[in-house]
Design a protein around this ligand. Structure first.
Ligand code: M6R
Length: 369
């Protein structure tokens, strides 16, 4: 049942190209436009939406953080992302024109379920992004966009995360399409790029041996830090979460722009710091800023583990370890940048003798508060 892999997690990491392709299947028509007929929320309602609020927990929350960048960019509709466990206990300002998006692999997470009930009571429309057919969260929502990752057994979420991202991009692009924003051409181009992304994920998977070797060499470390900015920030948070839950190591993700506001004090000799570098194309200002962050932490002795686009030579002088990912549009980069972090955490867990599929103290779906 593990298909020849030692762990479900390894199998599920390897299944990501297919999971991503399956989640796109049937949702892009022959003319390159999105057709999400399954979304039972009428286009007229989506045109009227004046705010999107995303609620989720854990890894699904990180997918939501990335979705915010995509939604606000392609639709110009304000988007908030909140941990479901926080949202449900405050007085959020929602109304009939608010679209709440609840993201959940299992569809049974108690906090996310309670958050969506809370939202519906106040008249908001709820769209679930979910991997489990017929589970409670989609049943209680106004509409659902299923991710087609297939069953995810390992407690650490991998392929569900990538497909949540794809679903979030689909929602963002579809909202942009029905609302007809200024980004029409870009939306078309990104839909074409999304169609190619499964192959890019496959290419990343083919180059993971050095990442595994690096992970094994760090097995006796206590702390690993992760830095990113823009959509690379949630990727850093996800890399840190994977390492906590699998390797039981102290791991923290930071927005690289915050370094000088505190975290740089943590940098000491030989501390591993993973840095997710944005594309040098597109938002090149951010790219250059993060390259100077890498220089700054390296000057203070950090061991820099740099994830950068193929062809980005500017990082080479400052990277103790360089992990290459294919060039993608900026907003899609998390789909390829997260994969090495999953492999890294899985290999570190193995090297430390941890139970990969069933980390201590954790359950696959958290159906209690
Ligand atoms: O089933 P859900 O997507 O609602 O689960 C949310 C979190 O519990 C889940 O993503 C958790 O953080 C994972 N173990 C992370 O790998």
């Amino acid at each position: 049942e593990k298909g020849g892999y030692d762990y479900f997690m390894l199998k599920e990491i390897a299944e990501q190209p297919k999971a991503v392709a399956d989640t796109l299947l049937g949702r892009i028509d022959a003319s390159g436009r999105l057709s999400l007929d399954e979304l039972r929320i009428p286009d007229a309602v989506l045109r009227e939406t004046d705010k999107v609020v995303i609620v989720a927990c854990g890894t699904a929350f990180h997918a939501g953080l990335i979705a915010k960048y995509a939604i606000e960019h392609w639709t110009r509709v304000p988007c908030e992302v909140e941990l479901a466990s926080e949202f449900r206990y405050r007085d959020p300002i929602l109304g009939g024109r608010t679209l709440v998006v609840a993201i959940s692999q299992s569809g049974e997470t108690m906090d996310t379920l309670m958050a969506l009930r809370h939202a519906r009571e106040q008249g908001a429309k709820v769209l679930a992004i979910c991997n489990t057919n017929g589970s409670t969260i989609p049943r209680e929502s106004d509409a659902v966009l299923y991710t087609h990752a297939g069953p995810e057994v390992a407690v650490a979420s991998t392929k569900a995360f990538l497909t949540q991202l794809v679903a979030c991009y689909l929602v963002a692009l579809y909202l942009g399409q029905v609302r007809g924003t200024q980004w029409g051409d870009e939306i078309h181009a990104v839909i074409r790029d999304l169609a190619k992304i499964s192959d890019e994920v496959e290419r990343v998977l083919e180059t993971m041996e050095p990442v595994r070797a690096l992970a094994r060499s760090l097995a006796d470390k206590n702390t690993v830090l992760f830095l990113g900015r823009h959509v690379g920030h949630p990727v850093a948070l996800e890399g840190a979460l994977k390492l906590k839950e699998l390797a039981y190591m102290h791991a923290e993700g930071f927005a690289a722009g915050e370094l000088k506001h505190g975290p740089i004090a943590l940098i000491e000799r030989d501390l591993p710091v993973v840095v997710v570098v944005p594309s040098p194309r597109g938002r090149s200002v951010l790219h250059d800023k993060i390259v100077s962050n890498i220089q700054e932490i390296r000057a203070r002795g950090a061991r820099t583990i740099v994830i950068a686009e193929e062809g980005d030579t500017s990082v080479e002088p400052y990277a103790d370890h360089l992990i290459r990912i294919p060039a993608t549009p900026t907003l899609l980069q998390p789909l390829v940048a997260t994969v090495p972090l999953q492999v890294f955490a899985c290999e570190l867990a193995t090297a430390r003798g941890n139970e990969v599929d069933q980390p201590r103290n954790l359950a696959k779906s958290v159906t209690v508060e």
